[in-house]
Design a protein around this ligand. Structure first.
Ligand SMILES: *[C@@H]1O[C@H](CO)[C@@H](O)[C@H](O)[C@H]1NC(C)=O
Length: 208
């Protein structure tokens, strides 16, 4: 085995190990149980005062997160759980601002019935309302994100407007300058022609 082969083999072994760890490890403080009939896991993290969704094995089939202190789910947190069939996440103090949209859309895809019993705790305007019923307006725009975004647009627009104004001024100036130039050329042509004519006339007078 040469050096390159060894490195490749070691890399493969390490990635395999990570894969196994990621797929098999039960989140600390949760109760995991393999489901016999299928090759999935039942993960019970309910009633554990969790503030965040723990890292989950990808073969999670049933996930119980009810009665915790979860306020939000970070976007994409459940995307790797392709074999998930059941989820319980009610009885959490969900903060239903725009960041909850990922959870709402994801639950709509997975299970309408589980979505039905998720209620918001904050903000005050939507307290105790089912997440399912919230409209885009109620979820609100992410206020923290908006000013940065709109400020970016403002500066971009300002630069564009300034560039357009400068172009118009330059164009006007070039036009004016070229007109002046044309006038000057015409005038000088006229003057030279007239002097030629005068000379011609005076010449013919002298001849007479
Ligand atoms: C919810 O969790 C708390 C501990 O965090 C526990 O004392 C309580 O019994 C649980 N309630 C239900 C309905 O499971």
């Amino acid at each position: 085995m040469n050096k390159a082969e060894f490195i490749a083999a070691a890399g493969f072994a390490i990635s395999l190990l990570f894969h196994v760890i990621q797929t098999e490890v039960c989140p600390p403080s949760c109760n995991c149980k393999p489901l016999e009939e299928t090759k999935g896991l039942q993960i019970d993290c309910s009633s554990r005062k969790l503030k965040e969704v723990p890292a989950l094995p990808i073969n999670t089939k049933r996930l119980y997160l009810q009665n915790n202190s979860l306020t939000t789910v970070s976007p994409g947190a459940f995307d790797s759980l392709l074999s998930l069939e059941e989820i319980k996440i009610f009885d959490n103090p969900w903060n239903c601002d725009c960041h909850i949209l990922y959870l709402k859309l994801w639950m709509e895809d997975l299970s309408e019935s589980s979505l039905a019993n998720i209620r918001c705790a904050t903000p005050a305007a939507v307290r105790m309302k089912p997440l399912k019923q919230l409209t885009g307006n109620e979820l609100g725009i992410c206020k923290r994100l908006l000013p940065i975004k709109s400020l970016e647009f403002f500066w971009r627009d300002l630069v564009l407007i300034a560039a357009a104004t400068v172009t118009v001024i330059l164009l006007g100036w070039v036009l004016k300058f070229s007109k002046k130039l044309v006038c000057q050329i015409k005038l000088s042509q006229y003057v030279s022609r007239r002097s030629l004519l005068q000379r011609h006339i005076s010449k013919s007078y002298k001849l007479q």
